[in-house]
Design a binder for this molecule. Structure first.
Ligand code: PAF
Length: 288
């Protein structure tokens, strides 16, 4: 397994693969890897085969954090990430330092961004106004450096995957984007690097996101048709409020492709939740 830390080095390697017709499977991450990331790596390997190359990027992208967010304390553990990647059969870790990804940013000398203007507006985009601009910018840069045949994103960040899919289409990136299922703890909590912020009191309460999703599914199943979204949102808000450490940021029912909110929730609608548990902001997503 190779570790590449320069943008030029990564692009050189990727160009070599391209010349030789080697398929490249790419999993972009911010590190602090867990079984959820590894399931994306395995999916990438299946997609490119043994003759292909699997690249994992590990880069905590400052451009997607607002000043008051958790950039400085975002968890990092490169030796652990390296061991997990090696065990999972990753070919290359791309782990650039900030000046490689954003030369000039520290001195205010970075002025080009990639902005998706429709799908990025609601939900995470409304709660974190500069977030998706940072995501699309760094993912576009990573795609230019890694030149993947296929990139694998997790379904937990459904809106992110949908925004990136749109960017790929609109800007003609020559790659396929695959969205892989969310990996969960046995009690339903979606795996996330941020789960490690939860203390012993908060951790069991964090399953409220999963329980809220199950509640919504059951409500729609029992109604045997459509349920008004406003009423169901209120029910979920009340359920979440039963947990003393939990505070709802938003709940939305929407069309999984257009991301437009729906007024009536039917089977096949997508549900997104953002909930603070203590000081930790968790998100989850699922099909109703
Ligand atoms: O989902 C993430 O971990 C990040 O948003 C990504 C896609 C690696 C971009 O920094």
């Amino acid at each position: 397994m190779k570790i590449v830390t320069t943008a030029a080095g990564m692009q050189r390697l990727a160009r070599g693969w391209q010349r030789r017709g080697v398929k490249v499977g790419f999993v972009p991450t911010m590190g602090y890897l867990h079984a959820g990331h590894i399931s994306l790596v395995k999916r990438a390997r299946r997609l490119v085969g043994r003759a292909g190359a699997v690249v994992v990027s590990i880069y905590v992208n400052p451009a997607q954090f607002a000043p008051q967010e958790d950039l400085a304390k975002y968890p990092r553990d490169f030796p652990h990430d390296r061991a997990l990647c090696r065990a999972a059969g990753v070919d290359v870790i791309f782990a650039p330092p900030d000046p490689e990804m954003y030369p000039g940013r520290a001195t205010g000398d970075h002025s080009t961004y990639v902005v998706e203007e429709m799908l990025a507006q609601g939900m995470e985009g409304a709660a974190r106004p500069t977030h998706f601009r940072g995501v699309t910018t760094v993912v576009a840069k990573l795609f230019h450096l890694v030149l993947p045949t296929v990139a694998v994103f997790g379904a937990k960040d459904w809106q992110q995957a949908t925004v990136v899919r749109r960017m790929v289409r609109d800007l003609n990136f020559p790659l396929r984007l695959v969205v892989a299922p969310t990996h969960r703890e046995p009690d339903g909590l979606a795996m996330s690097s941020r789960n490690q912020y939860l203390n012993a009191e908060e951790r069991p309460q964090a399953t409220i996101l999963w329980r809220a999703m199950q509640h919504a599914k059951a409500a729609v199943r029992e109604a045997g048709g459509a349920v008004p979204a406003a009423a169901l949102k209120q029910e979920l808000a009340a359920l979440i409020a039963t947990q003393p450490a939990a505070r709802l940021d938003y709940v939305e029912f929407f069309d999984p492709e257009s991301l437009r909110p729906v007024a009536a929730v039917r089977r096949g609608a997508q549900l997104a939740l953002a909930v603070f548990v203590g000081r930790t902001r968790l998100i989850d997503n699922g099909r109703v």
